[in-house]
Ligand binder design. Sequence first.
Ligand SMILES: [Zn+2]
Length: 242
Amino acid sequence: MLHKQKWLLVLLIAVLLIPQTATAAKSEGISKNKSHSSKVIYLTFDDGPTAHTMQLLDILDQYNAKATFFMLGPHMERFPAATKRIVKEGNGLGLHGVTHVVSKFYSSPYSAYKEMKGANESLHKVTGKYTSLVRTPYGSKPYLKKSYRDIMLSTGGFHLWDWNVDSLDWKYKKDHQKVYNNVMSEVKSAERRGMDPVILMHDQPATLKVLPSVLKELKAEGYQFKILDKQVRPLNFWNDRR
Ligand SMILES: [Zn+2]
């Protein structure tokens, strides 16, 4: 090949490649919290541990699934064996405060922060571990305004998590089909928006009844169950990425 022709070929290849690179960068920007090509889903359970956590963990084991638990301080101390098993089996660790009472938890920016710190001390007492992941009672909106977040996230170094799929398992305790349908349709909706689904569920008996069919279907659809940790970019209603 002549020298001039070689350069023309190089130029042609470069022209063909540039638009593809630009398109890839653009779609990455749109895809929000998605940073990979495989289907990933995050199961989360609030308000535990409880007398039913062992059963919940058995179900997760059956489907080879992991979840993230946002736990209450007094519950961890009341159910130490369940708390230890959550840790031992490689599940994600999160805090949900101490009282779960709106008038107490949100009475001041410091009260919210102190509840998370208190719950972290309980986790440490029971398991020897600390975590920096938090979910506030009833979600962070409307109560967790900027002054609250500044103390919790900047001073305290916590990472705030809400959800993008509400199973409504707290509402439909007797209608399992409704919970199942709701999870599946909201998972599809999160997918359409280019987001990894983060499912809110509760550590309670009613949820155990619907959990196996939910896990079975999500697995069949090719989802991988992953845990939240401080490496995952926080998803919350304020878009606060601290
Ligand atoms: Zn809760």
